[in-house]
Design a protein around this ligand. Structure first.
Ligand code: SF4
Length: 187
């Protein structure tokens, strides 16, 4: 991290609060940072700064973590994150804490990537979401409605997946991209 970045972020939060904006902190946890107590530390920081909400994403097996096999088929630590958030959400002195894994779990709507939305890269490639690098066609080659029809009728994407992120599930990752021939996550 660049020197001074944390202080600048905190100064931005303080200023946003001063002008009356609704302010949140968005953060990402790994299994090891959760184990190290980072989740609790950032919630306490949010409380001290008086933010309204904290959104906590669980690390994805993509990008620099594309080799992190421990993030695939391993929902237990995300469940742990959800449980850790409960005591804060039961206490009104804390900001609201949304663990994103809750929203994609069986308790909420599940993951609907490639089912109710898609991601388009700056080059026109269509992905199921911004964390899935596998392309399912390009709008410079085919009309979007054709690509969307093709994506949403694949077995991995024809419905929402209750119980968590599609790209953290090996059965979904085994799906094949129509353009790359790679699995669902082309990373
Ligand atoms: S697969 Fe679903 S839960 Fe996972 S990153 Fe994409 S949209 Fe989010």
């Amino acid at each position: 991290m660049h020197k001074g970045l944390f202080d600048k972020a905190v100064a931005g939060i303080v200023e946003a609060k001063r002008v009356g904006l609704t302010v949140g902190i968005s953060t990402c946890m790994t299994p090891e940072s959760t184990e190290d107590g980072e989740f609790e530390r950032i919630v306490e920081l949010g409380k001290r700064l008086g933010v309204h909400e904290i959104i906590v994403f669980d690390a994805m097996p993509t990008g620099r973590f594309k080799f992190r096999k421990d993030l695939v088929d391993n929902p237990n630590w995300v469940e742990d994150l959800i449980r850790r958030s409960e005591r804060f959400n039961a206490d009104e002195s804390y900001p609201g804490v949304l663990v994103w894994g809750y929203a994609t779990s069986h308790r909420s709507v599940g993951c609907t990537c490639g089912t109710s939305y898609f991601y388009m890269s700056p080059y026109g490639d269509i992905m199921s979401c911004d964390f899935n690098h596998a392309a399912f066609g390009n709008i410079r080659e085919q009309p979007l409605f054709t690509l969307w029809d093709g994506l949403t009728t694949r077995k991995e994407f024809c419905s929402a997946k209750w119980g968590g992120c599609k790209i953290k599930d090996s059965s979904t990752r085994d799906g094949v991209s129509v353009t790359t021939g790679k699995g669902c996550v082309g990373c």
